[in-house]
Design a protein around this ligand. Structure first.
Ligand SMILES: O=C(O)c1ccccc1N[C@@H]1O[C@H](COP(=O)(O)O)[C@@H](O)[C@H]1O
Length: 213
């Protein structure tokens, strides 16, 4: 049975990281983008990292940060994967000797295959909704079928997911992983244990249904 990997993003508190991990999350996302209400300092990130057990991936999210800013985080926080969520090109993303994924925001007229193809050296692409002036964490979905068969890279599906819609998202696209932030929150940056558990349970139900098809 394919087990869809689960990333819970925008964690700001150790207790939320522990809740996500104990509920079955595979990855914890830390937002290093100061304008975000979910942004963490290096200190906060280290506190979160200190409770994350081995074999759970810590993902650092950046939006058009400088190489120096990214290097400072990588020196201090045990980051397993970098998520680039801005206009970074593949050469920029590849310079940190760390696995990385690139967010592709699905605007109406986007050629999804070409946009993903520009990052073929990535470990995967994260497909997210597009909204003018907001780089991510929008709580919006996009038409998942638009991404069907457009890339051979592992797909991390994001954008407005929650326990009610993640099952159909998995059924439509069969992504390698799903990523959720706002859909499991009480307020930006503060996660809800019940919503995390429901989200992960919904992913497992969808996995089971796919296995039975
Ligand atoms: O979470 C944020 O504040 C954020 C800010 C800037 C770029 C990305 C951000 N979050 C990522 O956006 C997607 C979708 O989030 P949501 O589930 O719709 O709230 C996800 O990858 C977050 O990691």
């Amino acid at each position: 049975m394919t087990r869809t990997r689960i990333k819970i993003c925008g964690i700001t508190r150790p207790e939320d990281a522990l809740c996500a991990v104990h509920s079955g999350a595979d990855a914890i996302g830390l937002v290093f983008y100061p304008p975000s209400p979910r942004a963490v300092s290096i200190e906060q990130a280290r506190e979160v990292a200190s409770v994350v057990p081995p074999l759970v991936t810590l993902v650092a999210l950046f939006v058009d940060a400088t190489a120096q800013e990214i290097a400072r985080v990588l020196e201090s926080v045990p980051v397993g994967l970098i998520q680039f969520h801005g206009n970074e090109d593949a050469a920029f993303c590849g310079q940190f000797h760390r696995p990385w994924i690139k967010a592709i925001r699905i605007k109406d007229d986007l050629d999804v295959a070409a946009a993903c193809g520009a990052y073929d050296a990535a470990s995967g692409v994260l497909l997210d909704a597009w909204q003018e002036g907001v780089p991510g964490g929008t709580g919006k979905t996009f038409e998942w079928s638009r991404a069907e068969g457009r890339t051979s890279l592992p797909v991390v599906l994001a954008g407005g997911l929650n326990s009610s819609n993640v099952g159909s998202a998995i059924k439509t696209l069969g992504p390698w992983a799903v990523d959720v932030s706002g859909g499991v929150e009480v307020s930006p940056g503060i996660k809800d244990a019940g919503k995390i558990e429901q989200f992960i349970a919904a992913v497992r139900v969808a996995d089971q249904q796919r296995a039975e098809e």
